[in-house]
Design a protein around this ligand. Structure first.
Ligand SMILES: Cc1ncc(COP(=O)(O)O)c(C=O)c1O
Length: 391
């Protein structure tokens, strides 16, 4: 079998740094019950993987394969995810008073969201381990993505989503052949059911950050941003935050790229946006806490932000603070207005989560967190098409 050239060496607890073998199947770290991060042989990567190698590689996220966790080419399960457009948002920037506003358009991924990056990585690794049954709690997008990639990998998917999840998400999962379970509760309740049943059923649980590889797919957004901006990171990244893998993954990518000598130590301000109706990270940020508390009665139309508790909360808060970033929430009315602005001025039908990033800009400007001339990247994390029932 052809090897990928991956320089993966081991897994490491994100809290206490205890190391674990890369050759055994892991969920959370046995030491702290917290996320495990894949680690790479940076010295080797420096010699076998150069920025110039990227010039003639296919435009998908596997172009960074030496810094990805899959060893054998045949296990890579891809639908063409990644290398999404980073477009200057001239008209929208003008409306809001910014000279250098960019949108990273994740809505054009194979199933319409950035979740495809994480799933391509996690499902490929599950294939490498010979796992056949995959389970996941989801707000919607991760479920559709899991269903698509498991189908491609010849695995079975067991998907749990809140009963009020819009129909398009449910239909999509079923059409990919997944087992879809509608649960009376939030994503956290879906997660509890997966946790309870997984051992007996023989499911591999790929809940956000509860297995080590989804974050590796997400981190490719960080590699791509750097590559698309000629290895100079922007001043500001605005990201809608639920479970937090987007921010955590990009932060990991920046640290890896600095070790490789590809970028310097400057970091963008990492700005996390949530909805007023579910803002556990914002509360923790504002009160100076290192972890977040459960957010009771979460309510928002930005379904991916309806995450009342995140296992990686301390990692999200750490990257925001280390980058001199910020965290704030917007109302549902504001984020839906953001969706309209993006549609009207930039020709992209964004998911409500992406609308939240743009809706936050005027407030961030007023607060002096960002400035008119900053190079700002707002992440349009998914397409609005699957949320159509909410209109
Ligand atoms: C479109 C969209 N944006 C943002 C998020 C939040 O992403 P994360 O869980 O990585 O914080 C989600 C999660 O479901 C989503 O579907």
């Amino acid at each position: 079998m052809n090897t990928t050239g991956s320089t993966l060496t081991h897994l490491q607890c994100s809290k206490c740094d205890i190391e674990y073998s890369k050759d055994s199947i892991h969920g959370l770290s046995p030491c702290c019950s917290l996320p495990l991060f894949p680690k790479y042989d940076i010295d080797k990567a420096k010699t076998v993987f150069k920025q110039n190698d990227l010039i003639d590689r296919p435009p998908n996220m596997w172009r960074y394969k030496e810094m990805m966790p899959i060893h054998y080419q045949d296990n890579i399960t891809t639908l063409g995810e990644g290398y999404t457009p980073l477009e200057k948002a001239g008209p929208l920037g003008k409306k809001l008073g910014f000279n250098n506003l960019y949108l990273k358009n994740e809505s054009i991924n194979p199933t319409g969201s950035f979740k495809d990056r994480g799933m391509s990585a996690a499902i490929s690794k599950a294939k490498e381990f010979g796992l056949k049954k995959i389970s996941i709690p989801t707000a919607g997008n991760a479920g559709g993505s899991t269903a698509a990639y498991t189908s491609k990998a010849g695995q079975e998917a067991f998907i749990f989503m809140p009963s009020d999840t819009p129909k398009p998400f449910q239909i999509e999962c079923a059409q990919y052949g997944a087992h879809v379970n509608m649960i009376d509760g939030f994503i956290s309740d879906c997660g509890k059911i997966v946790g309870k049943r997984k051992e007996k059923e023989g499911w591999f649980d790929i809940s956000t950050l509860k297995e080590p590889y989804r974050v590796e797919g997400k981190k490719t957004m960080g590699y791509e941003l750097a590559e698309q901006l000629n290895w100079e990171l922007p001043d500001v990244i605005v990201y809608p935050t639920g479970g937090g893998t987007g921010i955590i993954g990009m932060w990991k990518a920046f640290n890896e790229m600095e070790s490789l000598g590809w970028i310097n130590s400057n970091r963008p301000k990492m700005i996390s946006i949530q909805s007023d109706g579910c803002a556990p990270i914002i509360r923790a940020f504002e009160t100076g806490k290192k972890t977040a508390e459960y957010f009771n009665d979460p309510k928002t139309r930005a379904l991916g932000l309806r995450v009342p508790v995140a296992v990686g909360d301390f990692l999200i808060l750490e990257s925001i603070r280390k980058s001199s970033g910020f965290a704030m929430s917007v109302s549902d009315e504001e984020l839906m207005e953001g969706v309209k602005w993006i549609g009207k001025h930039e020709g992209i039908f964004s998911a409500p989560e992406g609308g939240a990033t743009v809706a936050a800009l005027p407030k961030l400007l007023d607060l002096g967190v960002i400035h008119n001339k900053d190079r700002i990247i707002c992440f349009i994390t998914g397409t609005g098409l699957k949320y159509i029932d909410l209109y």
